[in-house]
Write a protein that binds this ligand. Structure first.
Ligand code: GUN
Ligand code: ZN
Length: 429
């Protein structure tokens, strides 16, 4: 087990949801504070002087004016799309057929899956991300590869086998029965083992038959403790397609609800073009929406209504959606969320952006009692941000009137160079 370690610097404290409490009351930046790590957990947090008194003779690492934050939580990714990130010129359905499906076919090879899983976790750790919730491919080995890699790193992760039995290449299709059987076997193998959680994962309504949707819905009913992740109302063409494939459904969300795939532990990626009924129903059941801003601009999907949906009381997380999203970095993702907010006339405060990338995403994943905030008893997953990581950022922070202006400059202009260190389970990686 790692030795007890005291990290000192500026510390980001999360006291409330900054969309319902004044942003800088909800999140605070404390100077000359510290976070005490012991046994993979946060053992204490407070002013450095108090911690030194209460914890004599521990190893101390001083991060100076760096900002000690909860590790970033990326609530919707496709790790198998790592190698095809930034593929040019297509919108959703053509992008899936041209770039994504051919790449996902390669995950039938366990060696390739293991190589990409390791590369993906290296890239995300370098960007300060400590937990992701990932789609895999239809191949059970693609789940084994990511779970195994995360397990050996002591990393908290959520992942599931993607289910598809139509509208995809033959080699990338399972069946209603095999999707049920394989998902169940993987769930039993991985869910709750170490820091791993299994998410039941129908890709989206167009690539599952109603029979498969029902089979996966039945599995979720047997395991309501698991998250269920999918996609919802990302592009208008996609919504039209869903309407033609499910003529009896009231709307896109109803295609899930009719098959037992709507619930409080449901995670609905994108959720851009929602009907009022869909919004009401999502709120009523307490499902979570996941905003993927770099993806929504890159694939040309639309502008997620963060301010409106949060004001309505929706649960919302933030995500890269790698590789539809154009970055592995939650800093770049926060910047994109800010810009999308501006295009809708609702700029988000830096504290709201930081909350979305940490506690907000953790709560969306129902992991808010374990990760996402720096509190005693939480798991020791942290990112240390250098708020003057490049000359361009440093000259801006020189002019900053307060800590939040400094943080905002790093959100808007920062990348992996701003990540001084990433701690996972009490170990620096
Ligand atoms: N909808 C269904 N599959 C996908 C995917 O892999 N990426 C995105 N962005 N949307 C999807
Ligand atoms: Zn996705």
């Amino acid at each position: 087990m790692p030795q007890p370690t005291l990290l000192t610097g500026r510390v980001l404290r999360t006291l409330a949801d900054p969309f319902t409490t004044h942003a800088t009351e909800a999140l605070r930046i404390e100077t000359d504070w510290g976070v005490m790590l012991d046994n993979g957990l946060i053992a204490d947090i407070g002013p450095v002087a108090d911690l030194r008194r209460n914890w004599p003779d521990v190893t101390e690492i001083s991060y100076g004016r760096d900002l000690i934050c909860p590790g970033f939580v990326d609530a919707h990714v496709h790790y198998p799309q790592t190698a095809i990130i930034a593929s040019w010129g297509k919108r959703l359905i053509d992008w899936l057929n041209s770039y994504t499906f051919p790449e996902e076919m390669r995950f039938a090879d366990p060696a390739y899956a293991a190589e990409v899983a390791a590369r993906y976790l290296d890239l995300t750790a370098a960007n300060g991300t400590t937990t992701v919730c990932s789609f895999c491919t239809i191949h059970p080995t693609s789940v084994d590869a990511l779970m195994g890699a995360a397990q050996s790193r002591g990393q908290r992760i959520v992942a599931g086998k993607t289910c598809m039995d139509r509208n995809a290449p033959d080699d990338l299709q399972d069946t209603a029965q095999s999707a049920y059987d394989d998902s169940k076997a993987l769930l039993e193998k991985w869910h709750g083992v170490d820091r791993l959680s299994y998410a039941i994962t129908p890709r989206f309504s167009p690539t599952s038959t109603p029979e498969q949707m029902s089979a996966i819905g039945a599995l979720w009913a047997e395991h309501p403790e698991c998250l269920m992740q999918t996609h919802l109302s990302e592009q208008t063409d996609e919504i039209e397609w869903v309407r033609s494939l499910y003529p009896d459904a009231r709307d896109y969300l109803d295609t899930y609800e009719q098959h037992g795939l709507l619930g409080a532990n449901g995670l609905y990626g994108h959720a851009i073009h929602l009907e009022p009924r869909e919004q009401d129903r999502l709120k009523e059941v307490g499902a979570a929406l996941v905003h993927c801003p770099t993806s929504n601009t890159f694939i040309g999907s639309g502008l997620f209504d963060m301010a409106g949906l949060k004001a309505a009381g929706q649960r919302v997380g933030l995500a890269t959606d790698t590789g539809g999203g154009s970055s592995f970095s939650m800093l770049r993702t926060m910047a994109a969320a800010y810009e999308v907010g501006q295009l809708r006339g609702t700029p988000l405060h830096a504290a709201q952006l930081m909350w979305l990338a940490t506690a907000g995403s953790a709560e969306a994943l129902r992991l808010g009692d374990k990760i996402g905030t720096l509190e005693k008893g939480r798991e020791a997953d942290l990112v240390i941000l250098d708020l003057a990581s490049t000359p361009a950022i440093a000259q801006r922070t020189d002019r900053a009137d307060d800590d939040w202006e400094e943080v905002f400059a790093t959100i808007m202009m920062g990348d992996d160079r701003a990540v001084r260190a990433t701690w996972i389970g009490g170990r620096v990686v």
